[in-house]
Ligand binder design. Sequence first.
Ligand SMILES: Cc1cc2nc3c(=O)[nH]c(=O)nc-3n(C[C@H](O)[C@H](O)[C@H](O)COP(=O)(O)OP(=O)(O)OC[C@H]3O[C@@H](n4cnc5c(N)ncnc54)[C@H](O)[C@@H]3O)c2cc1C
Length: 438
Amino acid sequence: MPAQYDIVIVGAGIMGVASAYHLKKNNPGIKVLVVERYGAAGQGNTGRSNAMFRNTFSSSDNQILSNSSIDFYTHVQEELKVDIGLQKIGYEWLMNEKQLSRSEPFLEGMEKNGVEITRHGKDDLRRLLPSMVTEFGSSSEAALMELPSVDGGVFGPKCGRLDPDKLVRFYAGEFIKAGGEFAFNTEARALVVGPSKRLGIEGEPLVWQDFKVEGVSARGAIDGIIRAETIVLAGGAWENELLEPIGIECHAKSKKRQLFSIQAEGRKLEGLLRSDGFNPQGLLPLVILPKSGVHFKPVSEENAFWVACEDEVNRPFIDLPEHDLDRYTAERKYYERSVYPILVSYFPEFKDSRVKAMWAGLYSYNTIDNLPFVFREKNLIVVGGDSGSGIMKGDSLGRVVNSLYREEGETTLYGGIPYRTSKLSFERRDVEREEWVI
Ligand SMILES: Cc1cc2nc3c(=O)[nH]c(=O)nc-3n(C[C@H](O)[C@H](O)[C@H](O)COP(=O)(O)OP(=O)(O)OC[C@H]3O[C@@H](n4cnc5c(N)ncnc54)[C@H](O)[C@@H]3O)c2cc1C
């Protein structure tokens, strides 16, 4: 392997491989290397995610970034005939009157921007989800948990699920076919900063010298300094580890998030899994309950539901996460005490259901506005801040990275959508805070 590349990308999660694909596709002559600490692409948080996608966001930027990525993923599956496990099963957000009226301005914004949504009234929901409890009457348990009634729902038909491993394999495979290289089991231990013009003076770069990132100091399958004209940092939850030592802030902090797989045992749960009327697959959509963001999706091939919960408060931020994601374990008690009581109150068929598997990963929150960032500092491009929805925007972010590399002010997203490249930077950031987070 040459020690000099045009571009070195750190990280082979969705952000790294989508960036690698677009950089190599649009600049075919360049030498691009992706370095990855793990033994394969997509083994970080991408592989641990729920891999749902939606275009139903309050922020118009998130709408555009995800909508265009969903269109590209649909193109990959339907026109390029590459199976990425994409199924538009929809999202159904269940709400009480108060939540519905609070959401109305966001819903109107989505409609104005062409995001497809269907409002479901109580009668629709009774027909679609006949077993669901919508009122709790005098239940003392429901009163204790302050469970909102279900007065309506919002359905997003362009939302759904995909297989993140298959998606990563698509990008990585195309990148390799185009001549790109991976170095797995290779850790970038530091970004190496040096003067733009080396003068041979001790302590370079001195304060009056222009500087750049010369490369990465690597350990593993490649040992030593890998030099490159441009460095792309796509390190997910671990970006602070490389940025903080060189004094660059990316406003991201990580938090553990958990997923619980529940076996759909018995007629009632199987019936719920295969709820008709929402999508062509005859499956339940992702259902978001009106309390604590508890949500669950059908995984028909495993005859299971994956259940999760929005746990924003009283959960610690992690500034510099462990490298081994297995150190972050899912907590059975958390499911039993926090998630299950809510789930079973709305859908009694979950009573006595079994957790057959559970795991955890990290969200990397952009603590300013819950939107991703893509910015450039000299010859370093940084992409991240997924805030829990990076797979669904991965393609668009890869295109923005390519435009930053090419110094193009406007990015063309899939479908010919123009998008100002600087919008996701910090210096010239121009986005609204995302309010529809789960
Ligand atoms: C439980 C859970 C559920 C989620 N659900 C969804 C969902 O439904 N939909 C959705 O869109 N998103 C979801 N997400 C978020 C999604 O997983 C992330 O947005 C996405 O994976 C981020 O991609 P990434 O490439 O930035 O990070 P990662 O996939 O973590 O990739 C970063 C890679 O960089 C490597 N790396 C870091 N530092 C170095 C270094 N110094 N040297 C070498 N390699 C390095 C890491 O090993 C890693 O492989 C979920 C996340 C979790 C944890």
